[in-house]
Design a protein around this ligand. Structure first.
Ligand code: ASP
Ligand code: MG
Length: 402
């Protein structure tokens, strides 16, 4: 007998049929003699709908109240799933984040899990119950309900798996695993048998929608093997684990991120300290800056461009406008008409010419590159948003079909 954590995303529990489908998967696992802890997200678009409802009432509502609102989505889905499991005749209990022992920071809407104290979960498992836990939420030390940021249920699942030393952590979703590109976009995309934490982390961060990047970070830290698989098609998924005997591939995937914006500060004095001061302001707001490009100084001035998540544009503008004025820079330009396309692969570490091959694919497709960033295992380019899908297809073809 082993302890298995199974996580189901919003699309997997979107309606009554889907909820019963999940109940079936869970109870089948339980019937094989395993202890099962299930983590679920809110049904379908519930979280988006709740956010919209809040916006309607007060677009400037405090983050505490926003958390209180969206946490309701998961409360609904755990109760419904538990009811379905009861109906199938199995013992079950549903638990909210705080009941399941999720202690988090008090950074509402993007709280960090401090620890999971799974005493209650253990007690329920000892009573031979299936335990259904609300993903995405926890409680701060002030006893306030918190949420972990969008897509946070993956992290909830991995955190439980780590805290309870689970034997397996399965992340069920609406695709069959991790693909070399989005299969809805690229017909020849291949399902990967396995992928390393580092590659998965890059892919998740760079726009592959299949796993939340913080969950991968945590899985790596605690060495939790993950399986990403479909809740609708029963087939082996993709294993995310420490790099060992992986499929030998130059790159493991092409990712697209259209939720990105380019910020350019034009005419920054070409002297020490300006980049530091500018980015300190942005990072003080907890905003992740990605690709950074600085032009060579000319007439004592230079331009600095960088990318941020598209939904952070207003915050970035707010925190930089005064500064840009004070230092006498010429302009602060913002474009959301951009997309970031990336290739990721551990094979890059030992092979030359990988970036060139990507640029060649873009050249063949006559797509212009605005910015480039590289790391040991990834190359990202910023391009026009309208070219994004074509770029993914062209790059995928170059690496996987030639
Ligand atoms: N329901 C939350 C969201 O939509 C958490 C999740 O799905 O993981 O972001
Ligand atoms: Mg969701």
């Amino acid at each position: 007998m082993s302890l298995i954590v199974q996580k189901f995303g919003g699309s997997s529990v979107a309606n009554a049929d889907r909820v019963f489908n999940v109940a079936k998967i869970v109870t089948d696992t339980y019937a094989q003699g395993h202890d099962v802890v299930v983590v679920v997200s809110a049904q379908g678009d519930t979280t988006d709908d709740l956010i919209a409802k809040g916006q309607e009432i007060n677009p400037n509502a405090s983050k505490r109240e926003r958390d209180m609102l969206v946490a309701a989505g998961e409360q609904v889905s755990i109760a419904l799933l538990a009811m379905a499991i009861e109906k199938l005749g199995y013992p079950v209990v549903s638990l909210l984040g705080w009941q399941a022992g999720f202690q988090t920071s008090s950074a509402h809407t993007s709280a960090r899990i401090r620890r999971v104290v799974p005493n209650r979960i253990r007690k329920e498992l000892d009573k031979k119950r299936i335990v259904v836990v609300a993903g995405f939420q926890g409680v701060s030390r002030y006893d306030d309900v918190t949420t972990l940021g969008r897509g946070g249920s993956d992290t909830s699942a991995v955190a439980i798996a780590a805290a309870m030393h689970a034997d397996l952590c399965q992340i069920f979703t609406d695709v069959e695993g991790v693909y070399t590109a989005d299969p809805r976009l690229v017909a020849n995309a291949r399902k990967l048998k396995d992928i390393s934490y580092d590659e998965m982390l890059e892919l998740a961060t760079l726009g592959a929608q299949v796993l939340n990047n913080r969950s991968v970070e945590m899985a790596k830290k605690y060495n939790i093997e993950l399986e990403v698989l479909s809740s609708l098609v029963r087939a082996p998924g993709t294993i995310v684990k420490e790099k060992s005997k992986m499929e030998k591939m130059l790159i493991s995937g092409v990712a697209k991120d259209t939720d990105v914006a380019r910020i350019s500060v034009i005419g920054v004095p070409d002297e020490p300290g300006f980049a530091f001061k500018m980015f300190s302001k942005v990072s003080a707001k907890n905003i992740n800056v990605d690709i950074i490009l600085q032009s060579i100084g000319r007439d004592g001035k230079k331009d600095i461009s960088f990318t941020v998540p598209a939904d952070k544009v207003d915050e970035v503008k707010a925190c930089l406008t005064d500064y840009v004025e004070n230092i006498g820079a010429k302009d602060l330009l913002v474009s959301t008409d951009v997309a970031k396309i990336s290739i990721v692969g551990a094979g890059m570490e030992s092979h030359a010419g990988v970036a060139t091959k990507m640029f060649e694919a873009l050249y063949d497709a006559q797509i212009n590159i605005q910015m480039i960033a590289t790391s040991e295992i990834k190359v990202s380019v910023l391009i026009n948003k309208k070219d994004a899908d074509r770029a993914v297809t062209a790059i995928h073809e170059k690496f996987f079909e030639e």
